[in-house]
Design a protein around this ligand. Structure first.
Ligand code: ADP
Ligand code: MG
Ligand code: ZN
Length: 616
């Protein structure tokens, strides 16, 4: 949310004035204490002048430190170097060769000869009063001014107090009508809202309000949205804070903010506290993030735990938290009595996507040809945030085309832009175009040949984003798990571009870099995450939970080596398979490349027809 971010970045009220005032105070303090504490100026006189003053009986007292003599006069004399300055304090240097009997002469003249340092600092109480007095006075005045202005502590208030935003039901409220496609999660929260509105209904039967609800799910599935809908519906005060804000804080402030947040919430009970992005502070202690700055996180986390433990259950305060990564949360957070209710927010299925599309096209004029079911079917894997973005993109494209309604064409073009990136008009040399055509044909053909692979939806040699061409494959229906055969087929397809270049041109280009990264990543996951290598076996190697305090994987060098070997073997095998299949089907590869060079973009039906393969 852009507005959220704005509010987060805005300095606390009075922040700038705080610093200006501080600088002014420091300057005033320096000047005043200098004036009040520094001794009267001591003028330097010659030794002969000093002796003259002694003989004139004007010297009251002296103190000698080595060659230097300092003293006080009865009558002020003027400074020889600077005649405007007169003083009774003087200083002179006695030449080492002086053979006069100075002491006798001083005593004769009735001068007190001191053993005491005349520049001794004034007593402590004087220092305190004159040194800090002005500052204290000004601080006091300043506080009074700010109290007048309505804030108890002035600019300092921002430091320890909670920055939680109290949700005000102003302007356009978010309600449960704005949330779609995540019905189970929604139902749980509807219950919480009802609970806060009519607590007797539940407590009468001996039920207990849950203390904490943890929303977890991938980014963009609508967790923050759901919490805002709760705020809009609840009719009770709603305090929200993002845990990532705690991370930026000065040490010691996080915990006191949490304390303040809970205190305010209790005073306003029944109420809801929403802590967004809990993983920012709720990471498992001693985990990979524990080096540097973990104290603040830990203190903040501990304070949250303490506060939640302090609930008797009768306060009427419910804590809702959201996280993208529940698996890395400190287990202490999940214990009974804390976040004891778990609500998983899953990516929407076909029906859910359709419902979300409806929400986001509610106030947009749609042409009669728009089929939201078809759009939903074409967007497997997309979450609420993606779909909101897609609808917005479609509206922008329609506007650019000066249409009064959004058509299906706009939706498809928006989808292409969202999935593939915007088209880029760059000039490719004929040689580059030919290479790209074979490269993409390699991906596409292997995509069509692998049993059980996602259908090839589009092949194109129009440059987009950083890519010179694209081949888009997407599943027919939502998939929730993948077989080893499917994943192997995917790697083969990923390496198809490079294999085609090698077969046709005898060498490869840099265009295959990204393909190799993806293939290697997938192979690593298959071996070290999903146990798809017989040699490694069903052992987890790569996982956020399998790291030591320094973030290094908790596996031996030996295992790592075996994993490396297996990844290499898997990728090599797939690359061989790619080359073999492309060589076998060279005629289909040639046909696809020729069609691409002629037409630049082939859709699903064209691609399968040109390749002479049935749509499986
Ligand atoms: P999360 O907090 O889970 O990362 P957000 O709540 O910030 O996701 O979602 C971002 C935006 O995406 C929302 O403001 C909303 O416009 C849209 N969105 C996400 N999920 C949904 C949904 N289930 N229904 C409707 N809109 C959604
Ligand atoms: Mg969020
Ligand atoms: Zn490629």
């Amino acid at each position: 949310m852009p507005e959220d971010r704005d509010r987060r970045r805005r300095p606390p009220p009075g922040g700038r004035w705080f610093w200006v005032a501080l600088v002014i105070l420091a300057v005033i303090n320096l000047l005043l204490s200098n004036a009040l504490l520094s001794p009267a100026p001591r003028i330097r006189i010659s030794y002969t002048e000093f002796l003259a003053q002694v003989d004139a009986g004007n010297v009251v007292s002296v103190v000698g430190t080595g060659e230097t003599i300092q003293g006080t006069l009865a009558e002020p004399i003027s400074d020889p170097q600077n005649p405007q300055v007169t003083s009774t304090e003087f200083e002179t240097v006695r030449p080492a060769f002086a053979e006069d009997d100075l002491l006798a002469r001083l005593i004769d003249a009735g001068v007190t000869v001191n053993a005491e340092d005349p520049d001794r600092p004034p007593p402590l109480w004087q220092q305190v009063v004159f040194g800090f007095g002005p500052t204290l006075l000004l601080v006091w005045l300043w506080l009074m001014l700010f109290r007048r202005a309505g804030s108890a502590l002035g600019p300092l208030a921002g430091l320890g107090r909670s920055q939680a935003r109290r949700y005000e039901a102003s302007g356009k409220r978010t309600t449960f009508d704005d949330v779609a496609g995540i019905d189970e999660a929604e139902a749980e929260l509807v219950e919480i809202v009802d609970f806060l509105k009519n607590p007797e209904k539940y407590t009468r039967l001996g039920g207990r309000i849950p203390k904490g609800v943890l929303l977890s799910g991938p980014p963009g599935t609508g967790k923050t949205l759901l919490a805002r809908a709760v705020a809009g519906e609840a009719g009770v005060p709603f305090f929200s804070i993002s845990a990532s804000e705690f991370v930026e804080m000065v040490v010691g402030v996080g915990a006191s903010r949490v304390r303040d947040l809970f205190k305010t919430a209790k005073e306003n009970a029944p109420s809801i506290i929403f802590i967004d992005e809990l993983d920012a502070i709720g990471r498992e202690r001693g985990g990979s993030m524990s080096i540097g700055g973990h104290d603040e996180r830990e203190q903040t986390l501990n304070q949250i735990l303490t506060e939640m433990d302090g609930f008797t259950g009768r306060e009427g305060v419910v804590v809702i938290a959201a996280t993208n990564r529940p698996e890395i949360l400190d287990r202490a957070l999940l214990r009974p009595g804390r976040f004891d209710r778990h609500v998983v927010v899953n990516p929407p299925d076909l029906k859910g996507r359709r419902a979300i599309l409806e929400v986001h096209t509610r106030d947009k004029p749609l042409a009669p040809d728009v089929d939201l079911d078809a759009v939903a079917a074409a967007t497997p894997g997309m979450v609420g945030a993606d779909l909101a973005n897609l609808c917005n993109e479609a509206a922008l494209i329609a506007a650019r085309r000066d249409r009064s309604t959004i058509t299906m064409e706009d939706f498809y073009d928006a989808l292409e832009k969202v999935v593939l990136g915007a088209e880029r008009r760059i000039m490719m040399s004929p040689e580059e175009r030919r290479r790209t055509a074979y490269h993409e044909s390699g991906h596409a053909l292997l995509g069509m040949l692998q049993p059980g692979a996602d259908p090839v939806r589009k092949v194109s040699i129009v440059p987009r984003g950083r890519a010179l061409g694209v081949t888009l494959q997407s599943p027919e229906a939502d998939r929730y798990s993948y077989s080893e055969e499917y994943l192997r087929g995917k790697i083969i397809g990923m390496l198809g571009g490079r294999a085609a270049e090698e077969i046709v041109f005898g060498d490869v280009s840099t265009g295959a870099e990204n393909d190799m990264v993806q293939a290697t990543q997938l192979a690593r996951s298959m071996v070290g995450r999903w146990g798809m290598s017989e040699v490694v076996g069903p052992v987890t190697v790569f996982d956020d939970r399998m790291v030591d305090a320094f973030g290094r994987p908790l596996v031996s060098e030996k295992t790592m080596e075996i994993v490396d070997d297996e990844v290499r073997r898997l990728v090599d095998e797939c690359y061989e398979a790619a080359r073999k299949q492309l060589t076998e089907h060279r005629d289909r590869l040639e046909a696809l490349a020729a069609a691409l060079l002629e037409r630049e973009t082939l859709d699903e039906e064209e691609a399968y027809r040109v390749a002479g393969l049935p749509r499986s």
